[in-house]
Ligand binder design. Structure first.
Ligand SMILES: Cc1cc2nc3c(=O)[nH]c(=O)nc-3n(C[C@H](O)[C@H](O)[C@H](O)COP(=O)(O)OP(=O)(O)OC[C@H]3O[C@@H](n4cnc5c(N)ncnc54)[C@H](O)[C@@H]3O)c2cc1C
Length: 380
């Protein structure tokens, strides 16, 4: 631990860790193999308070800060990347967008249901033709009487089929410059024309729910509009900044989990008459991993603390995500290496960590996009 967490956060960390060891670790491999979203876990997560980490208590949440959000995601990832992705995206993206930009009525309708797990939140920005250049999205929302008609397709949406509602980014003004003219809407499951058309098969994070969504002439009233008309993309950039802290925390947790497993294995596995942990090549992998992950944690906590203090933190969030995801991917890869042939089998957890952690270099802005954000900040 590079530095001491506040007491309240330490307690939260210990509680989530104990929960994950008891309720998640024994099942994570099976959920992964079955590629099944563990719905039975949702009420337990809600009871633990991790489905409304930052939601104020008056709306049924835990009313905690971004540092707490990072701690929870890290602890979930230490055991199961899929669970961490669910918790990160539910809290940070769908729910976070309503928390930041929703009106009172929207907060009263959606936040208590999100915190109680009655409705999981999805957040739909990415499309089949636009990911990194998300301002180029093609989904449209056109005014129709008292509301809007939404048409389009969204890709890779977490909680796409299991969510109760989805925050959807759609183009509302073709005349504006590419980065403007986008508006956010809340669409509830069951709304005619809104379909989770395809559940995607993935390389990792297999028990998180990822889907393609389609919107065919979906009508929503203006009360479902989230934030100002044509301002959704600017709002989205803010949501992604906080989201990047959580993906960095997810990487850190996966790395920490893999390093713990590799360290244990290095003490047990004997070659050439001694435990492999006595060979310097293995020691160096472990030492580098620990150092890289502690550095990642410092970057994550810096970004979270800046965010909680109301200071600018966009570039710090990008640095945290870039560094943590690349460091953790290396640590998980080394953990498989330390396990030798056994690491390449499903018998040992490290291969799942390696598959899961790769997402952290891609989701919520690839490593290349983070480097673009950091360089832009330097060169402006
Ligand atoms: C499991 C999973 C869950 C996800 N969950 C969600 C979700 O809940 N909601 C949501 O909206 N999206 C979600 N995403 C989408 C994710 O955010 C995008 O996949 C990601 O932003 C990358 O976009 P893309 O896949 O279109 O890649 P592309 O943008 O097509 O990029 C392809 C490659 O080109 C590189 N590249 C692109 N532009 C440049 C450039 N200018 N310079 C240098 N390199 C460049 C990229 O870094 C990448 O290596 C999820 C994705 C996955 C895999």
């Amino acid at each position: 631990m590079p530095f001491q967490l506040p007491e309240q956060h330490q307690l939260l960390q210990a509680t989530v860790r104990e929960f994950c060891e008891r309720e998640v670790r024994p099942h994570a491999r099976a959920w992964d193999e079955q590629e099944r979203f563990p719905s039975e876990l949702v009420p337990k997560l809600a009871a633990l308070g991790v489905l409304g980490i930052r939601i104020p208590e008056e709306y049924g949440g835990a009313g905690m800060d971004t540092l707490a959000y990072a701690v929870v995601v890290e602890e979930c990832a230490r055991v199961d990347g899929s669970l961490a992705l669910t918790v990160a995206s539910h809290n940070g993206l769908g729910t976070g967008h309503i928390l930041a930009f929703g009106n009172e009525e929207q907060k009263r309708r959606y936040l208590p249901r999100a915190a109680s797990g009655e409705w999981l939140a999805a957040w739909a920005l990415t499309e089949p033709g636009s990911g990194s250049d998300s301002a180029n999205l093609q989904t449209t929302a056109v005014r129709d009487g008292s509301g809007w008609r939404i048409n389009g397709t969204k890709m890779f949406i977490t909680q796409g089929t299991v969510g109760g509602f989805c925050v959807v980014l759609a183009r509302t003004n073709k005349d504006e410059k590419a980065q403007r003219g986008i508006t956010a809407f809340i669409v509830e499951h069951g709304t005619p024309g809104f379909n989770s058309s395809k559940k995607l098969e993935k390389y990792g994070c297999k028990s998180s729910d990822t889907a393609e969504l389609s919107f065919e002439n979906v009508f929503v009233g203006d009360e479902q509009r989230l934030g100002e008309v044509d301002h959704g993309f600017i709002d989205t950039m803010m949501i992604l900044d906080r989201g990047r802290i959580s993906i960095a925390a997810m990487a850190l947790g996966l790395g920490r989990g893999a390093l713990e497993l590799a360290t244990r294995y290095a003490k047990e596995r004997v070659t050439f008459g001694k435990p492999i942990g006595q060979h310097q090549a293995i020691q160096f992998m472990l030492a580098d991993g620990r150092t890289q992950l502690d550095a990642a944690q410092l970057l994550i906590h810096r970004a979270a603390r800046l965010c909680d203090a109301g200071q600018p933190y966009s570039v710090e969030a990008s640095m945290a995500k870039l560094f943590a995801s690349e460091a953790a991917t290396k640590v998980c890869n080394d953990a498989v290496q330390i396990h030798g042939g056994y690491g390449y089998t499903r018998e040992f957890e490290v291969e799942r960590h390696l598959r899961d952690v790769k997402l952290c270099e891609i989701g919520e802005g690839t490593s290349e996009v983070q480097r673009m954000v950091i360089a832009k900040h330097l060169l402006r």
